[in-house]
Design a protein around this ligand. Structure first.
Ligand SMILES: Nc1ncnc2c1ncn2[C@@H]1O[C@H](COP(=O)(O)OP(=O)(O)OP(=O)(O)O)[C@@H](O)[C@H]1O
Ligand SMILES: [Mg+2]
Length: 432
């Protein structure tokens, strides 16, 4: 694969800033994210030196002034936090990786900087923690709070899941960064080989063809393990792409989860898409305890408040996960759960079935679980509101059905049914 092409794509799609400088720190190349982060245009940046993009504190001096010789000895990258200064003199924190690029005499010829905006990641975690805190507060005030007010806290479950979501984002980010380090090393080696080829051509021109010179080049190729590098680069890109795609999916799911519809507004809603996005949010909650099987049928869109339906699906999935964990704790520590989610279309309704093999629900309480505040969970763990909100959303707001079937010890099956044609109470209007 063409290295320039790969480099161009990395530069374009990576959400981190990439800056290439010469050995004196004069900027030679930047990617679009760098322009965005520092508010400079590419042309402006190419006239600056690296010192003009960062606060010249001790940390910065340590990296760029004193340790050049250290790199040469250790042939290592530097990684740490630096304070950046943008065009408007606004400062922001970045996690920076500085990779020196060496020539064949191990002299530094370039620096490549990869800068990750920690504030953004921290900001996201901070936001989620804030939501979590809000949830706790609302729980404490629960006895005085109206059910409808709790329904307004759309992000409640995301708050509960925040640590897991942060973890899900952190994982792929980690290997994207590490892949970059490896890629940089490979590119150095490829440059070496390209150089050798150039020398070979020159020697052919001046001294004529020589088998020995070709053998020398082959030796060099073996030394840097060229075959391995070329195949591994393809893998590296695939892994990195997967990682970027995972982060993108989580962010899109969180965004859609919170804002999929304006308050009170019914829109065309694809329950299959809702399930897929909700599973992205719930993935960390489930992955250690259950396998998830999803069978999405060919079903039409329905008129619905997407975020409320997603919240309902999430509530039911989380309940299933709790029931599976409870079975593990109380009955069999080696038990591994199974969650099956199915959608189909039947008799003017689209149905979504969420079935688990957790503890199950005793017959005598199956009619109580939809009541507000009915919970069998320890204080602080469950509010007993999940299913009552789900019932209100599906049955009252969407004129649908919410059904439960369960056998104690075997599992539980919840079915959400939404009418394909929603009759509006006031005007009798039907959707297309
Ligand atoms: N899949 C399930 N398997 C077994 N029991 C369940 C399942 N889903 C719900 N339950 C029972 O129904 C009760 C009520 O569920 P509900 O979601 O309304 O509240 P909760 O999960 O206890 O608290 P939260 O308000 O945090 O959701 C649960 O406490 C549990 O006893
Ligand atoms: Mg619940």
């Amino acid at each position: 694969m063409d290295i320039n092409y790969m480099y161009k794509n990395i530069k374009k799609y990576i959400s981190d800033s990439i800056i290439v400088t010469d050995s004196e720190g004069n900027i030679e190349d930047v990617n679009p994210q760098t322009e965005k982060s520092w508010n400079y245009s590419c042309d402006e940046l190419l006239r600056l030196s690296i010192g003009q993009l960062f606060l010249l504190d001790d940390n910065f001096q340590g990296v760029f002034e004193n340790t050049k010789s250290k790199y040469v000895i250790a042939l290592k990258t530097w990684m740490g936090e630096l304070i950046a200064v943008d065009k408007n003199k606004k400062t922001f924190r970045l996690e920076v990786i500085v990779c020196p690029t060496l020539d064949e005499f191990t002299k530094i010829i370039k620096y490549i900087l990869i800068c990750k905006d920690v504030a953004n990641t921290h900001g996201l975690i901070h936001d989620l923690e804030e939501k979590d805190k809000k949830l706790r507060e609302s729980y404490e005030a629960l006895s005085n709070v109206q059910l409808s007010m709790i329904q307004e806290d759309k992000m409640a479950n995301i708050g509960q899941l925040s640590a897991g979501i942060a973890h899900e984002i952190n994982n792929p980010l980690g290997f994207i960064i590490s892949n970059f380090g490896t890629l940089e090393k490979y590119i150095d080696k490829l440059f070496l080989i390209i150089n050798s080829y150039k020398n070979l051509i020159n020697s052919f021109k001046t001294e004529g063809f020589s088998e020995e010179a070709i053998e020398r080049l082959n030796k060099e190729e073996r030394k840097v393990d060229l075959d391995f590098i070329t195949s591994d680069i393809v893998e590296l890109f695939k892994d990195t792409e997967d990682g970027i795609e995972r982060v993108r999916k989580i962010v899109v799911a969180m965004k859609n989860f919170a804002h999929s519809t304006v308050e009170g507004e019914f829109q065309q809603y694809d329950i299959n898409e809702g399930i897929t996005q909700t599973l992205v949010i719930a993935k960390n909650e489930l992955k250690y305890n259950a396998t998830v099987e999803v069978m999405l049928g060919e079903i039409p869109f329905v008129q619905a408040q997407g975020n409320e339906i997603n919240q309902t699906i999430l509530n039911i999935i989380i309940n299933a996960s709790h029931a599976i964990k409870e079975k593990q704790q109380k009955i069999d520590p080696n038990f591994f759960g199974q969650l099956t989610i199915k959608t189909y279309c039947e008799n003017d309704y689209v149905s979504c079935v969420i079935e688990d093999n957790g503890t199950g629900i005793p017959k005598e309480v199956q009619n109580k679980i939809f009541e507000p505040f009915y919970t069998t969970k320890p204080i602080g763990k469950g509010t007993g509101l999940g299913l009552s909100i789900a019932y209100d959303t599906i049955v009252n707001k969407h004129r649908g059905k919410l059904e439960v079937e369960s056998t104690l010890g075997i599992g539980a099956k919840f079915t959400i049914k939404l009418p394909i044609l929603l009759e509006k109470e006031d005007e009798g209007v039907t959707n297309e």
